[in-house]
Write a protein that binds this ligand. Sequence first.
Ligand code: KIV
Length: 306
Amino acid sequence: MSKPTSNGGPAVRRKVTAPSVRARKGGEKITMVTAYDYPGGRIADRAGVDMILVGDSVANVVLGYETTNEVTLEDMIHHTAAVSRSKPKALLIGDMPWMSFHVSPEETLHNAARLVREGGAEAVKLEGGAERVGMIRKILSAEIPVMGHIGLTPQSVHAMGGYKVMGRGLDGARQLIDDAKALDEAGVFALVLEGVPVVLAQVITREVSVPTIGIGAGAYTDGQVLVMHDLIGMNFGHYPKFVRRYEDLAERATGAITDWISDVRGGTFPGDHEAYHMVQAAADQLVTEFAERSNKVGGPELRAVR
Ligand code: KIV
């Protein structure tokens, strides 16, 4: 929610942009949360996050797939467009799905442009290190801001041999530092560090000129990101140890629907105030005309509600 101003009115939030995020390196912590649909976008933006990521985690948490590699560019455009219709003040970032930025720089640019033009994304994110620099440069050449993502990159699940913390050994750590620097030099405006040791995230944060956004990377990054459904307790999958669950919405939503079932079965839903009525004279006339026949059928007595 927007903070009130000194005169008591709600503060008008400035639109967050890629350059404004870039400029916050080392300043107040940056927040990013995922969203996959219109209400998700509204809720995240009302809460005041700086960035909304339409992550390919939509695969697991919303679409019920096993891995993120199952979502397509069409899926990502569809979900990004839904969030975009919430018109967030937060920067809206569309995630590039697996195989949408691997074939050629031209195809990569075309796909990134579709996320912007059809999905309403204001920036794109893609996974990978130095090997992605050519693709990133091509996207940047069309003035589309790019966020990098290194460490535990879920699209590489098969190559990594599972979801593993990356950079635990010295060689792996050095490789990730080199990757981070390569992406920084290529021109990303921010860099997600996922599933890396705290000290490595701290080193990378000091070595690069752009903000680092951590997830499972400890407290020393320039910002933090969480999957919304993890944060609010709406994920039916595995909760990694780095997730702090602030709500248990799945439990609360189940409780709400259970209560409704019980009210319907117990005859207390809907109440008269939750239904539409005729003008009294017309209702009385209708009851008079049909009462005798209708009451023979059985069930509750036909009556004009007053
Ligand atoms: O898809 C996603 O949700 C992500 C975040 C975890 C960074 O990539």
